[in-house]
Structures are given as C-alpha cells and as structure tokens.
Design a protein around this ligand. Structure first.
Ligand code: COA
Length: 257
C-alpha cells in the first residue's frame, strides 16, 4: 500500500479517515487496516477529537477486503501481523460517535462497518453488498449478529445467504442508514451531522452511545466469526473463489465439498 491509501486528517473537532485507493475501488489491504486502527486509537487518546468521520474518494465507498490479501492468506504466502482484528475491535469499542459518508457501493467489510457507525448517509443508488458466501466465506465484523438485529432474519439472510445487494434507498428505509441522498450531497450532509455532534456535551454523548450499544456481545460474536472465517480462508472453496476473481470468470464449486 502507499501511505496515502488511508488519509487521516483533522477537520476541526473531527478526525476524518478517508479511503483513498480509488484505482482499486478502495479495497482494504492489511496496511490500510493498520492505518484505520491507528486512526481510531489516536481519536480515542485525543480529547480534542469529538467525532470520527469516515469518507471515501472515487466512485465506490469500498470494495471490502483486498482479495489479493485473502488469496495470499489462502496459499500461506501471507507473512507478518494481521491488523484487521485490531481495526474491527477499535471500531466496535469506539466511545466517540462514528459517522459514515457512503457515496458509492460498499462491499464486504465496507458494508458491515456501517453497522458499527452511529450515523450513516448513503447515496440513493449505492449498493450494500455482503458477498461472503459467494466467496466461500462467512459473515464477519459481528454482522451475523448486528444485521439480523437491525433488519430481521429473513432480510438479513437475503444479504448474507443469497448475497443480494441492498440499495441505499432501501437501507435508509430499513434503518441501516439515516438518509439516502444524491451522491454529491452525501459527504456534506455527513460532515454537517458530525460537526453538530461535535458541539454536544461529549460526556453525555459518550454515555448515550455506551447505553445504546452492546459492545461486549459484538466483540464476542466478531471473535467467534473470525475463528470460522480464518478456517474458511484456507479452504479449497475459497481458493477457487479467489482464483475466479483474479481470472475474471465465474467460480466453479461443483467438484468441491
Ligand atoms: N480486492 C482487490 N482488488 C480489487 C477488489 C478487491 N476487493 N475490488 C476491486 N479490485 C480491483 C480490480 O481487481 C481492478 O483492478 P485492475 O484495474 O488492476 O484490474 C480494479 O479494482 C477495478 O475493479 P473492477 O472489478 O474492474 O471494477 P468494477 O467497477 O467493474 O466492479 C466491484 C467493482 C467492486 C463490483 C468488483 O471489483 C468486485 O466485485 N470486487 C470484489 C469485491 C469483493 O468480493 N470484496 C470482498 C468482500 S469480502
């Protein structure tokens, strides 16, 4: 990764984390997870930061985990510490409000992270896509708990089992997003809401968020999912799914399982 793939910057009392790898649809590499985790840790440690704003450059919010990184983990070629879990934990634990501006499609962890945000503004036509099963994987980031909790089992299974996309307008109707907007309005609206939160009494806001979120349950489910996910990452089915993506063809699971 280049060290600009995640831009971390201050906007008044906001800490902004911006996906900035548009040529790869903001797919998230291990080092990008590290930068995101560092951002959340910096925000937690700095009293002058009152809210965290997540934004993205380009036409997609994020294509989710980098599939080359997944393929390297599948083949055993991946070396060094993995930062994804540190990021997911820091985001679940975040005591300060987190606001997302989703100007385009959000895939995989790009979609599931929205369930840990406190305010979400989405483009009307953007799709939230959770293709874990299509990749021979399982849900992550506590989404097997948070998504059915938010929209009910059968709608959640449409996303997590059938891997059907959810449009921005429908996401707003179902309570995953606050509003579905024309794309150009998404980031200004999210930024304005974040600045409005930054004016509130910080301790009252922190306690309100703590009362509203079951952090313990979310972390426990995230770890449970991660154990299964890590096994699935090394499976022959996943190897076929990753090879198919790289070769731009439809996967063939017929001889597996
Ligand atoms: N990991 C790594 N690279 C990715 C990526 C990912 N998750 N998503 C997109 N890219 C790369 C493509 O390989 C391509 O690279 P190239 O230009 O060097 O060939 C570039 O980003 C553009 O992607 P492309 O597929 O041509 O764009 P698109 O607009 O036609 O489709 C997506 C966009 C997001 C629908 C499609 O890229 C996709 O399905 N990506 C995989 C999403 C996914 O399964 N994520 C993991 C979830 S767990």
């Amino acid at each position: 990764m280049s060290d600009t793939d995640i831009l971390t910057r201050r906007d008044g009392a906001l800490l902004e984390l911006r996906f900035n790898r548009p040529a790869k649809k903001n797919a998230i590499t291990n080092m990008m997870y590290a930068a995101l985790a560092d951002g959340f840790e910096a925000a937690a440690a700095d009293k002058t930061v009152r809210a965290i704003l997540i934004t993205a450059e380009g036409d997609l919010f994020s294509a989710g985990n980098d599939l080359m990184d997944f393929a390297a983990q599948n083949s055993g070629a991946f070396a060094g510490p993995r930062h994804v879990e540190r990021f997911l934990e820091r985001m679940i634990e975040a005591e300060k409000p987190v606001i997302a501006a989703v100007q385009g499609d959000a895939v995989g962890v790009g979609a599931t992270m929205l369930l840990h945000c406190d305010l979400v503004y989405v483009a009307e036509a953007a799709r939230l896509i959770t293709p874990f099963v299509n990749l021979a994987l399982v849900p992550e980031n506590a989404s097997s708990l948070t998504l059915p909790g938010r929209i009910g089992h059968v709608r959640a299974f449409e996303m997590l089992g059938l891997c059907e996309p959810l449009r921005g307008a429908e996401a707003a109707r179902l309570g995953i997003a606050n509003a579905a907007l024309p794309p150009a309005e998404v980031e200004p609206r999210a930024r304005a809401a974040a600045h409005a939160l930054a004016q509130k009494p910080a301790e009252a806001l922190r306690l309100t968020k703590a009362l509203m979120r079951d952090t313990h349950a979310a972390k426990a489910r995230m770890k449970e999912e991660m154990a299964v996910f890590s096994e699935r990452l090394r499976s022959p089915e996943a190897a076929e799914a990753f090879a198919a993506f790289m070769e731009r063809r439809t996967p063939d699971f017929s001889k597996l399982g």
